[in-house]
Every structure is written in structure tokens, then in C-alpha cells.
Ligand binder design. Structure first.
Ligand code: B12
Length: 514
């Protein structure tokens, strides 16, 4: 059967869809991949999830689905409205079953049934294969594991397939460019190697404009279950099973070697694992030796300070680790209780990052994830985080997120119960990289701008912060800062225009706060 899989994300990485494609192909089905990156978000480097696809895109997608037996959409919560529009148009014109899968259908399946015939929860390789096999021989099965479907007002909620114990059984993600298509502007075109090269990576982790980053994972899952993250929901969904799993080094290397041979021009690798170093040191040593010998490209990954000890990180640094993303989130013990991060200790965090900085000797930078704009957090909590962030060694960069009430996370439930939010869909269109215009957030931005310490000390003097965060000044700041930033940006652009006409073309549409 021909299964069409659609990815709406700004990146062409889309590991979920590519893994499903290779799994279906390995088991006798054919697939067509359609990537619908919204180029406007790439240019403006911030996502406008409310924008509909250009006129005619739905027609082209319908055309690409004519010969399919099943159409699948992958979506995160931010893509709910965009995908529902496409799915609706498709179901009105074609009588081909539509299945939704990915982060959002997993955490909020019921509402997805208004726009899809099937919703597939959790890890879906086996479930999607079974659904395709069953649809090939019968009308509409309602007992396929992991799937929910609605008929005659009744919702069939099926139990989950057991997790894939041995991840080496999952074939490497499908990067065949065979029957792959991509949206360029308002036209869906066959995905050629040159288009792949152009659109592969949206956001450059390494801040080098031409880097082309291959994204993959060594593990699935996370050893933690913070109350603001989907992993908490996934751990509940797979209660009694060990969700955190790791591939063998052989399997990972066979994938990377294959990609290196197929696309020798990619420049970096990103392992989007939630905690890459939650492994035995000898395992990481083995990975590092093979990676250095066979791939030898700078790489970036994520881990936590608890697993950031020399025996684990030293081999990685020697193998090409050049950037690490780590969750600091907050330094407030009260907030870490709410985030269910009781393992967090400010002292250990500073000590571990100082050790890492010594070991790395400037080879690798650490990006610290920090959560701002959480209504449960007070100014005094933020000041604790600010003070800690100021102490952390260079090279560093603070990745500042705006707290987002994604469905399925514990804090979403809590906020609905205590009235902090009324509409469960309040943040469906929120870009978690877009922060409120607040003085405390401005101070974190200044830390990233590396302003002189003496000036930072004055601007972050607690009484001044409390004053600027008090309602009247907070209101003023919230109104004035966007205007001031816009003026600064305009002035910078005018200057750039004089100097770099080429850069100006790209920046024309970007007009947001940093
Ligand atoms: C890698 C990653 C990214 C990458 C690549 C995303 C991509 N898909 O291309 C980048 C950095 C680009 C990214 C960006 C964002 N991300 Co992100 N990301 C992840 C991460 C760490 C891993 C996802 C992944 O690739 N897993 C590996 C693959 C194999 O698994 P999978 O994708 O889950 O797919 C499986 C199932 O979901 C299912 N499935 C998936 N698609 C489909 C489709 C069908 C038809 C079916 C049947 C099944 C199915 O089957 C797959 C195989 O088992 C997750 C964290 C997590 N724990 O999931 C966050 C996560 C998905 N991201 C999240 C968010 C919010 C974002 C952003 C929206 C943040 C922002 N505002 O900017 C942006 C959006 C960027 C954009 N504009 O498109 C949230 C989503 C929460 C939610 N409720 O939607 C997550 C869960 C993080 C979190 N902890 O909360 N992300």
C-alpha cells in the first residue's frame, strides 16, 4: 500500500516521519514523504503558527494523495490548526483514511478525532504498520493497538503496543529522496539533493549561516520526568515499561556512515537525545572512538549536570563535541519542586559546569535552557536563576524559553484546576521562543549580550528589579520595550543596508523582539 506521510515542521529532519517511512518500506509498503516547512518562519527565525499555508497547497497535497491507501500527518501542538485545515480539505475531497500521530495526538487524542479517522498515540512504528496491513485487507479496523477512532459517536481507545525493546530493529531514518516532496514558497516540488541542501536545517545551532546539520538520536526517552515536559506524559503512558532505551554503537554508526556517504557535504551532527550521557562511560568511550574515526564532524547534544562528569564527557570532547544544551530551567528550590526536579542543586550545577569548562578548554559551548514567563514563578525565584546564570563559565549562551502550557503536561492540568488558565488551548499558537517584554527577561538577554559585570550588577540590583517588576513599571516596560527594540533594529538594518545589501534581503521580513 502507498502511505503518504506529511511533516509540517520547519525542518526537514522530522525524524519521526522518516523512521516510520523506513519501517513501512522494510515491511513491504511504499511511502511518499511530503515536507511542508513554512519558509517565512525560517527567514524571520520565529514561527508564526497561525499563518495558513499559501493558496493552493491543499490542492497540491490532495493531488499527491490520490493513489494513497492511507495519509498520515505528524504534528506538535503548535501545528494543530495548520494541520486540521489540510486534513479537513483532504477528507472532504478524498475517501482515504487519515491518521494523525506525533506529540500532539499523543497528549490530546480526543480533539484530533474531529479531523482524522485515526489517531495514533506514542511510539508508532508497529501500530502504523499494523494499520496499513489491516487497511489493505479490510474496510476500517477499530482495534489496532495505539489507535483511537470514532464511529457512530463511540470512541475506540486501544491499548498501546509494547515499546520497541531493541532500537536496533528500527531501520535508519529514510533519507532516500525517493518520492520525497517539499513545499518551496507556494509549490510542492520533488525534493532534490539541491533543495535538501537548501532547506535541510532551519535554525543553525552553531550560528554559522551555511551549516547543514544531520539530526538523529542515540536514545529514546529521558531518565527524568519534569512536570513541564512531554516525557512525564510518555512515562505515564508506558507505565511499567522502560521508556529510556539506547541503540548499539554499531547501529548508530551504520546510520551516520550511510548519511556521510550519501550527503558528504553535511557539516555537523545534532543528537537530539534528552540525555545523551545517561550511559556507562565505557559505552560513551566506544561511541567516541568510532565517531572520531568514522564520522569526525563537530556535534552537539543535550545532557544534564548529573551526567556531566569527566569520564563521560572527556571522550566526547575529544570526538568532536562542540556544543551542549543543558536544562537549568530555574535555580529556585521552590520552583524545582513544582517542576519535579528535586535532583537539581545549584552548587553541583556550578561545580559541574566549571569542571566541564576546564576540561573543554573553550572547545565546547554550553547552552543553558532557562524557563521564563511561568505564572507560578516570582521575581525572587527569577533573581536566584539570574544570579546563578551570571556565575556560569564562558563560553555560554542562555536559551531563553517562554513557559508554554502544552496539553498533557502536569502543569497544564494544574493550571486548569487552579484557574491559572481557563482555555486548555490557550498556548496552541504560542512560540515558546517568544518571551514577554519584561525587565527581568531583559536582564537575561543582557547576560547573553555579555555587558560589563559592573553595569549588570547595577541593572540587576534587587530593589531596582522589584521596582521595575512592580505593576506600573511592568506595564510601562511591556509597552515601551518592543518600540525601543524595533527602533534599534531599524537603525541596525539601515546601517547594515549600507554595508551588506545581500544580508538585507534576508532580514527584510524579520521585525520582532530578539
Ligand atoms: C528533535 C526535536 C525537535 C527538532 C526537530 C523537530 C522535528 N520533528 O523535525 C527541532 C529542534 C526543530 C524542534 C523544534 C520544535 N519543537 Co521539538 N522536539 C524534538 C524532540 C527533542 C525529539 C522529537 C523526535 O524527533 N523524536 C524521535 C522520533 C523518532 O520520535 P517522534 O518524533 O516522537 O515520532 C514518533 C511518534 O511521535 C510517532 N509519530 C510521529 N509523527 C507521526 C505521524 C504519524 C502519521 C503517526 C501515525 C505517528 C507519528 O511515531 C514516531 C515513531 O515512533 C522532542 C522531545 C520528545 N521527547 O519527543 C521535542 C518536542 C517534540 N518539541 C516540542 C516543541 C514545542 C517544539 C517547538 C514547537 C518549539 C518552538 N516553539 O519553537 C519547535 C517547533 C519547530 C518548528 N517550528 O517546526 C515539544 C512538543 C510538545 C507538544 N505538545 O507539541 C516536544 C515534545 C518537547 C517537549 N519536551 O515538550 N524539536
Amino acid at each position: 500500500m502507498k502511505v503518504v506521510l506529511v511533516s509540517p515542521y520547519i525542518e526537514l529532519a522530522s525524524m519521526g516521519v522518516r523512521c516510520l517511512s523506513s519501517y513501512l518500506r522494510k515491511n513491504g509498503h511504499s511511502t511518499r514523504l511530503v515536507f511542508l516547512p513554512d519558509v517565512r518562519s525560517i527567514i524571520s527565525s520565529c514561527s508564526d503558527f497561525s499563518a495558513s499555508y499559501p493558496e493552493g497547497v491543499d490542492e497540491q497535497l490532495i493531488e499527491l494523495c490520490q493513489d494513497a491507501g492511507l495519509v498520515g500527518f505528524s504534528l506538535m501542538t503548535n501545528y494543530f490548526y495548520k494541520v486540521s485545515e489540510l486534513s479537513k480539505a483532504l477528507r472532504e475531497r478524498l475517501s482515504i483514511p487519515v491518521v494523525w500521530g506525533g506529540a500532539h495526538p499523543t497528549v490530546s487524542p480526543e480533539e484530533c478525532l474531529d479531523y482524522a479517522d485515526y489517531v495514533c498515540l506514542g511510539e508508532c512504528e508497529d501500530a502504523l504498520l499494523e494499520l496499513a496491513n489491516r487497511l489493505e485487507i479490510e474496510e476500517c479496523p477499530t482495534d489496532v493497538p495505539n489507535t483511537w477512532s470514532r464511529s457512530g459517536g463511540e470512541v475506540a481507545r486501544n491499548p498501546l503496543h509494547p515499546l520497541i525493546e531493541n532500537l536496533d530493529t528500527v531501520p535508519i531514518p529514510d533519507y532516500s529522496l525517493d518520492d520525497h516532496h517539499v513545499l518551496v514558497g507556494d509549490t510542492i516540488k520533488p525534493l532534490t539533493e539541491s533543495l535538501m541542501r537548501k532547506y535541510w536545517t532551519a535554525c543553525s545551532y552553531f550560528e554559522c549561516e551555511n551549516d547543514i546539520i544531520y539530526e538523529t538520536q542515540y536514545t529514546r526517552g529521558c531518565p527524568y520526568h519534569c512536570s513541564f515536559c512531554i516525557n512525564d506524559h510518555l512515562l505515564h503512558l508506558y507505565k511499567g515499561e522502560s521508556y529510556f532505551r539506547r541503540r548499539s554503537v554499531d547501529h548508530l554508526m551504520s546510520e551516520l556512515s550511510h548519511i556521510k556517504e550519501r550527503f558528504p557535504w553535511f557539516t555537523h551532527v545534532v543528537f537530539t537525545d534528552d540525555c545523551f550521557t545517561a550511559a556507562k562511560p565505557e559505552e560513551l568511550r566506544k561511541f567516541s572512538q568510532r565517531y572520531k574515526a568514522e564520522i569526525d564532524k563537530p556535534f552537539f547534544t543535550l545532557f544534564t549536570d548529573s551526567y556531566m562528569v569527566p569520564p563521560r564527557v572527556e571522550p566526547l570532547l575529544d570526538a568532536g563535541l562542540r556544543m551542549v544544551e543543558m536544562g537549568l530551567q530555574t535555580a529556585s528550590p521552590r520552583m524545582n519542586e513544582i517542576y519535579r526536579r528535586k535532583h537539581f542543586s545549584s552548587d553541583q550545577f556550578v561545580e559541574r559546569t566549571l569542571d566541564f569548562a576546564d576540561l573543554s578548554g573553550g572547545r565546547a559551548r554550553i547552552n543553558y535552557d532557562i524557563i521564563l514567563d511561568n505564572p507560578y514563578e516570582t521575581v525572587s525565584d527569577h533573581l536566584k536563576t539570574l544570579r546563578l546564570a551570571a556565575k556560569l563559565p564562558e563560553p555560554k549562551w542562555l536559551h531563553l524559553f517562554s513557559f508554554t502550557f502544552y496539553p498533557g503536561i502536569e502543569l497544564h492540568r494544574k493550571a486548569l484546576e487552579d484557574g491559572t488558565i481557563e482555555d486548555p488551548r490557550v498556548h496552541y499558537l504560542k512560540d515558546n521562543e517568544k518571551r514577554e517584554a519584561r525587565y527581568i527577561n531583559f536582564l537575561f538577554v543582557l547576560l547573553n549580550r555579555k555587558i560589563p559585570t559592573w553595569l549588570f550588577r547595577i541593572l540587576s540590583f534587587p530593589p531596582l528589579v522589584y521596582l521595575m517588576e512592580s505593576p506600573p513599571f511592568r506595564f510601562l516596560f511591556n509597552r515601551l520595550q518592543p518600540i525601543v527594540w524595533k527602533r534599534i533594529r531599524r537603525a541596525r538594518r539601515a546601517w547594515a543596508k549600507e554595508n551588506f545589501t545581500r544580508i538585507f534581503e534576508n532580514m527584510e521580513e524579520a521585525d520582532e523582539l530578539p
